[in-house]
Design a protein around this ligand. Structure first.
Ligand SMILES: Nc1ncnc2c1ncn2[C@@H]1O[C@H](COP(=O)(O)OP(=O)(O)OP(=O)(O)O)[C@@H](O)[C@H]1O
Ligand SMILES: [Mg+2]
Length: 236
């Protein structure tokens, strides 16, 4: 077995010597990382080691102090704030530990909004949102507001929202961190299914079970650096 079995696949994420400093804190200290199309990469490491900072750099939610971040062939440093927001909406899906749904909108509109923000008509957006909620098994909850949904349902709505624009890359920061084990397993199953149909994933987690179930490669971060990388055996 070679150490890089997918080297012919398109590079979706490329970090080159990325540093991020917050005052005196070196959150990232020279990170290099390539993620290829179809990979599912888990990032693990102790609290405060820089995992969320790394994810935020890839999402274009924050900019490196130095170094470059490319996603889907685009150098994020070359985009202004508006360009970055548009790029993120079109090409990157995000799932967070605490769902980040809009409380005042029912599930369907929370999902549909993601496409309306990229110029899709409300009608088309709602149609696709309903399809996704259906695929994720929560179409019957489409009119419910987030407060009335269980944690697992909220996360499935958030996953549907993240998929609305068929993103090249799906990012997840502790996607099961706020869920009970059963809901967490459902979200893991969802991530596995998505990866099996080709979705590229980058998942930050504290949970070795999530990493080993969902990821094909494990990256360990310590003190803002990649301390080790390993391929994971697929689980059945
Ligand atoms: N906006 C910010 N301003 C100042 N310091 C920050 C900011 N964001 C992160 N940091 C610091 O950068 C370091 C890395 O933080 P980060 O959130 O990336 O860690 P993490 O690995 O995600 O931790 P956790 O597992 O607890 O979520 C920490 O020392 C943190 O305090
Ligand atoms: Mg974090």
């Amino acid at each position: 077995m070679t150490s890089d079995p997918d080297s012919s696949r398109q590079v979706v994420v490329r970090l080159d010597d990325v540093h991020k400093e917050y005052g005196h804190v070196k959150a990232l200290d020279g990170v290099r990382l390539d993620i290829r199309a179809g990979e599912a990469v888990a990032v693990m490491g102790p609290s405060g080691c820089g995992k969320s900072t790394l994810l935020n750099m890839v999402a274009g939610l924050d900019r490196p102090t130095s170094g470059t971040v490319q996603v889907h062939g685009q150098d994020l440093g070359a985009l202004n704030e508006t360009g970055l927001a548009l790029f993120r909406r079109r090409h990157i899906g995000m799932i967070f530990q605490f769902f980040n749904l809009i409380d005042d909108l029912p599930a369907l509109d929370n999902v549909a909004l993601a496409a309306q923000l990229t110029g899709t008509s409300a009608r088309q957006a709602r149609r696709r949102a309903l399809e996704l909620l259906d695929e994720l098994g929560i179409a019957d909850r489409k009119d419910a507001y987030p407060a009335a949904l269980s944690g697992g349902e909220r996360q499935r709505v958030a996953v549907a929202r993240s998929l609305m624009n068929r993103p090249a890359l799906l990012l997840a920061d502790e996607p099961t961190g706020a869920l009970d084990s059963r809901s967490g397993e459902q979200v893991m199953d969802l991530l596995i299914d998505l990866n099996q149909i080709g979705q590229t994933l980058l998942i930050v987690t504290h949970d070795p079970h999530l990493a080993s179930r969902c990821a094909s490669r494990l990256i360990e971060v310590a003190d803002g650096r990649v301390s080790s990388e390993s391929q994971l055996e697929p689980t059945a």
